[in-house]
Design a protein around this ligand. Structure first.
Ligand code: PRX
Length: 561
């Protein structure tokens, strides 16, 4: 494992005396709350689950699951028991510390139990979003060298086993295996011991590898470690303001960073129960979920809020949402209409939180003690030093738009790019700054204003799409000579995926060809990556290196050509 955890994690230097003092104070103090601080024994599963049981909170609810068919409540003790059983199953098949275990399941209790089980034995989770299709699944399981995957009969059909030489064990939950060599979750769990064994690990031991799209190349495996708990606990307390008695619902899927970090880890570190709603978005079901579970703190994304607004006031009036204390938003710019809707129709404020898969925790936020400035993503979390730098890493004064950057060294930061130390270093090319890939400016009061991506990564409904991956998929079609893909601003979704197509000689564009191309991406990569708009171009502009010229494409989608 040593080779991937970059020895060269950019240090904590250069924060300045004040920055370092605040950082040490905030994160240093919170470290004292973890049991490893005194015992020296570390594992995030102990802190998020077992510790509550040991301290007498085993009977408290941890997970309320609903999907219209199943409705289940798990206490911390039940999570401890089930994750211990599945940990024993994994161990029985020889899976242990450092082994990568893919989790490719729809949002369901088994997904969370599998995550805890793998982390319990020191294995490294590779979360796979349930909408991923064959190529996306192959790339992630292949690149991480996963030896096992936990999946369902339906999703297992998207795993190209022949192309995954290192994959030895396939565990099937939500039904029985389709292939004789696969292992039945149900069968194994009923026979497994439930004693809560745990593997103690170093704080820097990898916990999960999350694949996130960049502008060029395939999705990169961002390595997060057990120490992420330090940043998660304190942001759950200060940004999300979680307190005893709260019921928390983060709507993000655990295939993405928000659904992992705040979907369950952060609230469970504080012993707060979470709601998980399986199935697709539906405005009526979402309101019903808020009301039924008396959700008090809700974390979601502007696209979802906009869809709820579109559902109309009548729908809102049918549900008692009186328990809501506040809402938090992530993933896309929070627009004034959404903020006004929240205050006007729900009577609660909505706090923006800016962060990324790479940062692992909330970075720049509008937390409760801070006056909200409309249009701003807020101020850096205490202990986080953010700035705006030019294209050579020089810090820019307030009011100037440049690259949003954060001084490296916070506890939940990704620790490497799996198998690609060079790519990791590139994020820190302006050391000590971590370069987000976003543009922003800061005002004189230290509030930041998000100005969009600078690198061509697309953000559609809060989901991150890599243009290169979509282009390569489109170019597999015999009609396509070259494709160029960019995010086009969209009122509802923030951005939509737009594809410019350079056709091969003699090919005539048609709606049915557009349909074929859409399907190719939808069934090869994922539905959310499929272009919603196409435009035929004589030539896709290239840079001197022969890559798609992303700046030129941005000009096209913005109508600046
Ligand atoms: O462009 C920014 C946007 O989402 C990107 C990170 O995407 P991902 O790694 O998938 O993580 C999403 C959720 C943590 C950022 O580089 N983004 C994130 N939060 C905001 C945002 N854009 C505007 N406002 C935000 N609050």
């Amino acid at each position: 494992m040593g080779n991937i955890i970059a020895g060269a994690i950019p240090g904590e230097h250069n924060l300045g005396d004040y920055g370092k003092a605040v950082k040490d104070f905030v994160f240093g103090e919170v470290e004292k709350e973890f049991s490893w601080y005194t015992t020296g024994n570390c594992n995030i599963v102990h802190e998020a689950v077992d510790r509550h049981v040991m301290e007498g909170g085993g009977g408290s609810p941890a997970l309320y699951y609903t999907d219209g068919n199943r409705e289940e409540t798990y206490s911390f003790a039940m999570l401890q028991e089930d994750s211990s059983r599945f940990a024993a199953v994994l161990a029985k098949y020889g899976i242990g510390k450092g082994d990568r275990v893919g989790i490719f399941l729809p949002r369901s209790p088994e997904l969370y139990i599998s995550f805890l089980a793998a982390a319990r034995i020191g294995a490294v989770v590779v979360p796979l979003f349930e909408a991923f299709m064959e190529d996306a699944v192959k790339d992630r399981l292949g690149d991480s060298g996963a030896v096992a995957v936990v999946t369902s009969p339906e999703l297992s059909q998207r795993i190209p086993y022949q192309q995954l030489g290192e994959l030895k064990h396939v565990f099937i939950a939500h039904g029985e295996p389709l292939r004789p060599q696969d292992i039945s979750w149900r069968g194994e769990m009923s026979a497994a011991p439930s004693c809560a064994k745990i593997e103690w690990v170093d704080r820097e031991h990898p916990l999960f590898i999350l694949y996130a799209s960049g502008a060029d190349g395939k999705a990169r495996g961002l390595v997060h470690v057990h120490n992420t708990m330090v940043g998660l606990l304190i942001t759950a307390r200060w940004v999300h303001d979680l307190k005893k008695g709260d019921i928390y619902w983060c709507t993000a899927d655990p295939g993405w960073i928000t659904g992992i970090a705040y979907g369950f880890l952060a609230p469970w570190l504080l012993g707060i129960p979470v709601v998980v709603r399986g199935g697709r978005f539906n405005d009526e079901d979402w309101c019903a979920t808020l009301a039924r579970y008396r959700v008090s703190v809700w974390y979601s994304a502007p696209t979802a809020f906009r869809l709820l607004i579109a559902g109309g006031d009548d729908m809102l009036r049918r549900y008692d949402l009186g328990k809501l204390r506040h809402i938090l938003s992530v993933g896309e710019p929070l627009t004034p209409e959404v903020m006004e809707w929240s205050m006007g129709k729900l009577g609660v404020p909505i706090y923006d939180t800016f962060w990324m898969s790479e940062t692992g925790m909330n970075m720049i936020c509008n937390y409760r003690c801070l006056p909200i400035k409309q249009g701003s993503i807020g101020k850096p979390f205490p202990g986080i030093v953010a700035g705006v730098v030019d294209d050579r890493g020089g810090e820019l004064p307030p009011g100037k738009i440049g690259n949003l950057a954060i001084k490296a060294g916070w506890p939940s930061m990704f620790r490497g790019v799996w198998g690609d130390p060079e790519l990791y270093r590139r994020y820190f090319r302006f050391e000590p700054w971590f370069v987000t890939g976003d543009a922003a400016y800061m005002d004189r009061d230290g509030y930041f204003y998000f100005q969009g991506r600078v690198d061509g990564v697309i953000n559609t409904s809060g989901e991150r799409v890599g243009p290169w991956e979509v282009e390569k998929k489109l170019e597999e079609h015999p009609a396509v000579d070259r494709a160029g893909v960019a995010g086009k601003p969209d009122k509802l979704r923030g951005e939509i995926v737009k594809a410019y197509i350079q056709l091969n000689p003699g090919i005539i564009w048609s709606e049915s060809l557009a349909g074929e191309l859409r399907e190719l991406v939808k069934f090869g990569l994922a539905a959310h990556a499929a272009p919603r708009e196409f435009e035929v171009k004589e030539q896709i502009p290239l840079t001197a290196d022969g890559d798609v010229d992303r700046k030129a494409l941005k000009g096209w989608v913005l109508g600046l050509e």
